[in-house]
Write a protein that binds this ligand. Sequence first.
Ligand code: GLU
Length: 282
Amino acid sequence: MAHIERFAPSPTGYLHLGHAFSALTAWDQAQALGGTFLLRIEDNDHTRVRPEYEQAIYDDLHWLGLDWPKPVLRQSDNMEAYQTALTFLNALGLTYACECTRSDIKQAQSLPIYGPDGLIYPGTCRDKKLTGNNISIRLNMAKAVAHLGGSARVNKLSFIDRNTGKNEHFLNADQLLSGCGDIVLARGDIGTAYHLAVVVDDAAQNVTHITRGKDLFEATRIHRVLQALLGLPTPIYCHHRLIVDENGKRLAKRDDSRAIRKYREDGVTPREIREMVGLGDE
Ligand code: GLU
């Protein structure tokens, strides 16, 4: 089977050491196994992306020694595909429109609970049948579980994580309902959202292996549900360790002192970047 890896950054800031680790790990895997390394630009959030960040992604990755087939898939050019998936889920009766803001959601519950999609939605708009522009579309998780055959069937859905001792991870319907809830499939201002777009793109690009940080492990449960609903294959995952700062905190995009371009300006070499993220001099 072809081995296809991808690195899928969002151009909302400069790539930092954590991105370098992810991209290099995926690249090394593809090289070692005679596979393909794809770059995908996840620029669907037009409220946050900037052209100079996208250009910096190309420059920094090339500087690190990486290359990929062109043209790259840019999510902003692929909105129709996300709309098609949304229409499909809608036709199954699994979605609903929601007009709540973040503060509405916070106020609706005494103790706001966070899941892999942010604040867990209390269901305020679930039965409202709202219409109009600029409203979000959510997945009705209870209906999704029922559509997939109920809890017992959902609990048999799994995904492989090569980076854990325990390789196969099963979904848990109860946890999906209480710990993920009705996730956003499409933001009103954008027309899609991360979970839907990433699942659609990984399938369309025939990605077989997804290498990304441990912080997205829980999100993979959501992706597994969407793959099952949309009839898409499940790639093999590798949720790798995170690159952290001296306080043990995961690096953030705004952490410009760890930006690859800053290291470049300071005369650090690509080989030194590899060493800094623990990939030695492969
Ligand atoms: N665009 C996402 C990010 O930059 C990609 C996550 C993923 O690899 O699925 O965090």
